[in-house]
Ligand binder design. Structure first.
Ligand code: UT7
Length: 311
């Protein structure tokens, strides 16, 4: 490197899902619900539960560091997005830092399901501040704060993690971002200490579509590109109907969209990096492609970013 810091690009990625699979049929056996309802209303067929936020983070991060061709000693900062830290104190990133054998600083970010994109933007900013490689993890174990007797939430939320390595480049591949929150909407999706997630589903649905569309448009405009230029959109994986509605308004076909929610359910911070890792592993993203990340979540938060996929 010349010491000139012009930007960042994604150089590695990894995913981690716990071993226990819960299918819609499993829920049919113990709740007043059906595979047909869950599939039609959400697109989810199965989800994974188990592990801790730290254990899933570590697995995803090890894969991302290896994929980037780096070792833990190369990582200059860890940013971990989670809504379900393993302990109230300390931050889960401290455990992850030690277990990975990192020697750098580490901190958690919580912006609910928009958190991974928030963390990505923070990671990019750390690169602009002089760090060479930043490890960005999105991980959640929502099953721990979900009432498994409540059919309106139990079928949706699950556990998983994804990670990326952002590396300093002389050609900037991190083109734009848009972050926001409307804190007046806290009451439509929240979880109190020791409690379970509570959600006004229809209201969240409606707001989510509006937030995704306006945030994606803002990020695209700042990147100087249009939806036609987007090779792949990687949206928050909450509900296939939310993604379809947002895509419709943006004019992005579903063929250009990364989807894993049928197999993962809603893993909050884990959802966007899980979808990204699956798409990248399948060879769906090519050097030079424009990738649009778009998330929304409790708060109500929203976050979008446009990156050019590195070589
Ligand atoms: O990460 C961000 C967090 N969350 C979200 O993004 C979720 C946003 N919201 C949604 O995805 C949808 O609103 C849900 C999937 C949660 C619900 O779908 P909906 O089409 O909005 O259904 P609804 O809440 O309007 O409920 C329709 C009916 C209700 O029965 P009645 O009142 O019409 O008799 C519910 O009680 O469906 C019932 N219902 C269920 N029925 C079978 C709710 N959950 C279930 C269920 N199985 N699991």
């Amino acid at each position: 490197m010349t010491g000139i810091m012009l930007g960042s690009k994604i150089t590695g990625w990894g995913a981690a899902l716990p071993g226990t699979v819960i299918t819609n049929e499993d829920f049919e056996k113990r709740l007043d619900t059906s595979d047909a309802w869950i599939t039609e209303r959400t697109g989810i067929k199965e989800r994974r539960v188990g592990g801790t936020t730290a254990s899933l983070s570590i697995e995803a991060a090890q894969k991302a560091i290896a994929a980037a061709g780096l070792t833990p000693a190369d990582i200059g900062m860890l940013v971990l997005s989670t809504t379900t830290p393993d302990q109230t104190v300390p931050a889960t990133s401290a455990t992850v830092q030690a277990e990975l054998g990192l020697t750098c600083g580490a901190f958690d970010v919580n912006a609910a399901c928009a958190g991974f994109v928030y963390a990505l933007v923070v990671g990019h900013s750390m690169i602009l501040s002089g760090v060479e490689h930043v490890l960005v993890i999105g991980a959640d174990t929502l099953s721990r704060i979900t009432d498994m007797e409540d059919r309106s939430t139990a079928v949706l939320f699950a556990d998983g993690a994804g990670a990326v390595v952002l590396s300093r480049t002389e050609e900037n591949n991190f083109l734009s971002w848009d972050l926001g929150v409307d804190g007046t909407l806290v009451p439509i999706l929240y979880c109190d200490h020791g409690g379970y997630l509570r959600m006004e589903g229809r209201e969240v649905f409606k707001r989510a579509v509006l937030a995704m569309v306006s945030s994606a448009q803002a990020a695209l405009e700042r990147a100087g590109i249009t939806t036609d230029d987007v090779a792949l959109v990687v949206p928050h994986q909450a509900n296939i109907r939310i993604i379809e509605a947002a895509n419709n308004r943006l004019g992005i076909p579903m063929e250009r969209t990364a989807i894993v929610l049928d197999k993962t359910g809603n893993t909050s911070s884990g959802s966007i990096p899980l979808a990204l890792a699956a798409a990248a592993d399948m060879g769906r993203i090519h050097p030079g492609d424009y990738v649009l990340f778009c998330g929304f979540g409790a708060g109500m938060t929203w976050a979008s970013a446009v990156v050019r996929w590195g070589a």
